[in-house]
Design a protein around this ligand. Structure first.
Ligand code: GLN
Length: 485
């Protein structure tokens, strides 16, 4: 309907359209693409009402908010006051949030319209959106394929034009990987850039809210608005995102971009990895070569920690998940067994056994195991040491380079059911994304390529902590010059 938020605002101010027309447009789209199963709940009437209020205010001359009338969809793990939030789990069936996540409050303060909750993997655990109590989400480009996960619904909502931008969460790639599979932009900011208050926790030292969009400009604007320190999340960092006079939303302006020469690193081991689809490797090498031709410095750096990344991620995140998910006991809220039980332990057991799906149970068990006495040092402590080594290694890389280039995923979108019975194969496919979460670095997947199998794939960029400005500038340059669809 519109290519960017800026253009939408111009049309609104010129009187060519209205927020109500925009909401109607997206509601029709959502309805016509119901079979994709991207939404768990749609707030149609409410969105229309809000649109009418915004139209009234604008028409009477009020200054418009920076997200005035922007139609946003949110992953079903982000709390929106007085709205159901379930993390796509039976254990939270019917749970209504009593407060707004900070990111949601900031969207609303700038006059965004939240159109619905998006489907996802249960508690954000998965890579295909097949672990949801609401069922699979289909990839709109090929309905036999998964959209990726865990924020599959949020990705498809943007991919299929059912909203302007959407929010997901990224603990190990859940924004970047579905963006890659769906051919859109997916950004995971620096750990701490966006408050996690009101984001249902999976692994707290990894979780970040992320943004999906089709325009980098829109993604940058949303980031600028929802980031910042927060009294309710002590890990949300108070560091302005301006560099000199550049703000996030200015970074994607085209003019000065082509003149800057970047220093970019890549890992030979990652691009030669046996699990990487040959064509994806070739695509990325061709971008590397083009960058070199244009005078950027692009160099291979040694990186011998690749094989440790996925194991370290799954040890640490399952440990954190086993602790975070303790609170879902069916006593204060959530699913409660209907079976007659006489003792309290049996009551908890039944609530949790009935309420959690298979993948979540697997992770709680694994996490409890790696934290148990006798195994703690062998697994948890070891994985933390790997995490420290990764941080040290990346710090030294960023002494010499502005960015790291990686694939986002080793293959294009999987066929539905392809990896369901093989969790290890599923986990190993996270090889390129979990790195940025282990190190807390900002990362983005940009849709640069099309595979001969007809599916899109992206390029992943990672920059130094808090350096989203470079991340966005470099992305803008690549999207302008190298997008070949
Ligand atoms: N695929 C990863 C996992 O299953 C990523 C999850 C996420 O980022 N929430 O853990």
């Amino acid at each position: 309907m519109f290519t960017t938020i800026k253009e939408y605002h111009q049309q609104l101010l010129a009187g060519n359209t209205s927020c109500e027309a925009a909401v109607n447009h997206y509601l029709l789209k959502i309805d016509s693409k119901k079979n994709l199963n991207a939404f768990t709940r749609i707030f149609g009437d409410e969105a229309l009402k809000r649109a009418a209020t915004l139209d009234g205010a604008r028409n009477s001359g009020a200054k418009i908010g920076r997200l005035h009338g922007v139609v946003v969809a949110i992953k079903d793990v982000i709390c929106y006051q007085d709205h159901t939030v379930t993390a796509a789990s039976k254990i939270l069936e019917g749970f209504v949030s009593v407060y707004n996540a900070t990111a949601i409050q900031k969207l609303l303060d700038e006059e965004a319209i939240i159109i619905g909750n998006c489907n996802c993997d249960e508690f954000a655990m998965g890579s295909t959106n097949e672990n949801s109590v609401y069922g699979n989400v289909l990839n709109a480009l090929d309905e036999t394929k998964v959209p990726g996960g865990s924020s599959g619904g949020s990705a498809v909502a943007v991919q299929a034009g059912m909203c302007m931008i959407s929010l997901g969460s990224d603990t190990g790639g859940s924004v970047r990987q579905p963006a890659d599979f769906c051919g859109i932009i997916g950004l995971k900011p620096t750990y701490g850039r966006i408050s996690r208050y009101g984001l249902i926790a999976y692994a707290s030292s990894f979780d970040q809210i992320g943004i999906f969009g089709t325009s980098l400009e829109d993604v940058a604007l949303a980031l600028e608005i929802i980031s910042g320190p927060d009294d309710y999340d002590s890990t949300a960092i108070d560091q302005p995102f301006n560099r000199g006079e550049i703000s996030f939303s200015d970074t994607t302006l085209p003019t000065p971009l082509t003149e800057k020469k970047y220093r970019i690193a890549y890992f030979e081991d990652a691009l030669q990895h046996p699990s990487l689809d040959k064509e994806i490797g070739t695509g990325i090498f061709s971008t590397i070569n083009k960058l070199k031709t244009e005078g950027h410095v692009v160099e291979a750096v040694d990186f011998d920690l690749l094989e440790y990344i996925v194991p370290a991620y799954y040890v640490l995140t399952t440990a954190e998940a086993s602790s975070n998910l303790n609170r879902f006991d069916g006593v204060r809220f959530g699913h409660r067994t209907k079976q007659p039980v006489t003792d309290l332990t049996e009551f908890y057991k039944r609530n949790r056994s009935e309420g959690f799906g298979k993948e979540v149970k697997r992770r709680i068990l694994l996490g409890t195991f790696v934290l148990s006495a006798g195994y703690f040092d062998a697994y948890f402590t070891k994985a933390q040491q790997v995490r420290r080594m990764l941080v040290d290694r990346t710090n030294s890389i960023f002494n010499d380079f502005d960015a790291i280039i990686l694939p986002t995923a080793p293959t294009t979108a999987f066929t539905i059911g392809e990896k369901t019975d093989d969790p290890i194969a599923m986990y190993l496919a996270d090889i390129y994304t979990v790195f940025a979460n282990l190190t807390g670095l900002p990362a983005i997947s940009i849709p640069l390529y099309k595979h001969s199998n007809g599916l899109p794939f992206g390029l992943q960029l990672i920059t130094n902590k808090m350096d989203e400005v470079t991340l966005l500038q470099l992305s803008a340059m690549l999207l302008q010059q190298y997008k070949n669809n």
